[in-house]
Design a protein around this ligand. Structure first.
Ligand code: ADP
Ligand code: MG
Length: 253
């Protein structure tokens, strides 16, 4: 693998539950993602996907283990370094679109630029560019509450792209969409990946996961590669050797 943009080594995370003791949610996770990859992380509800995503996105810290993001050791960063790195490196997409209603698509996409130093004309141009990339050039001045679910998720993706992040992290981005819209959003991620974006996408939908170039399985806090051997559990099938084209055609599925 080329120099990985994400490298987790033995990352673990537990939650303390009052009266019930410790709940181990992530167990010795090893994961490397190279620049330009499109990786799907697949697992059932409660398996630790969002916890993993929050750590990858610098929204939460691991209890133990190492996390290197773009060559920097995250474990040693203070809060303001974490925030700066997060803003410049990562674009987030969530299941809930988190858009402002009664606000136009273009204004929603511009929002992250308010926090960085941008002239207003610049911001609008960037926002329009981002909306064009997601196929919404004809919806720039629509209020977000006038858009379909799939279109709203496109606005959220444009907003994630606005700071030119190194990585897009998407947590169940198709979870609130019907099958057709979900598939279209996955196709959009494929297009963004084809033009250079590194994408890490969480889903519990194996069918959709096949549209990524690599799938990693998580089950009960274990990632496939270092899970205990369990031949009866078809979750633990590694498809890491397939090329994106093969995977997309389902050759290696
Ligand atoms: P997934 O995204 O795969 O559905 P999560 O990462 O959200 O799973 O949760 C994994 C496990 O951790 C679940 O059992 C969940 O109830 C528990 N959990 C998640 N967040 C917390 C928290 N803040 N405090 C305690 N338990 C939590
Ligand atoms: Mg989740």
């Amino acid at each position: 693998m080329k120099m990985p943009i994400i490298k987790l080594t033995k990352v673990s995370k537990s939650y303390q539950r009052p009266g019930e003791g410790e709940l181990k949610v992530l167990k010795d996770i090893d994961l490397e993602v190279a620049k330009g990859e499109f990786v799907a992380i697949v697992g059932p509800s409660g398996s630790g996907k969002s916890t993993l995503m929050n750590i990858l996105g610098l929204l939460d810290r691991a209890d133990s283990g190492e996390y290197e993001l773009a060559g920097k050791n995250v474990s040693q960063m203070n809060t303001s370094e974490l925030a700066r790195t997060r803003n410049s490196t990562i674009g987030f997409v969530f299941q809930q679109f988190h858009l402002l209603p009664r606000t136009t698509a273009a204004e929603n996409v511009e929002l992250p630029l308010i926090y960085s130093d941008h002239k207003q004309g610049d911001s609008r141009k960037k926002s329009i560019d981002a909306l064009c990339r997601v196929g919404l050039e004809d919806r720039l001045s629509h209020y977000t509450n006038e858009l379909s679910g799939g279109q709203q998720q496109r606005v959220a993706i444009a907003r994630a792209l606005i700071n030119s992040p190194d990585i897009i992290l998407a947590d169940e981005p198709t979870g609130n969409l019907d099958q057709v819209a979900g598939r279209q959003i996955m196709e959009l991620f494929q297009e963004l990946n084809d033009t250079g974006s590194t994408i890490l996408l969480i889903t519990h939908d194996r069918q959709l996961a096949q549209m990524a170039s690599r799938t990693v399985y998580i089950s009960d806090g274990w990632l496939a590669a270092n899970a205990p051997p369990d031949p009866d559990n078809i979750d633990f099938v590694q498809r890491g050797d397939a090329t994106p084209a093969e995977t997309r055609q389902g050759v290696s599925a």
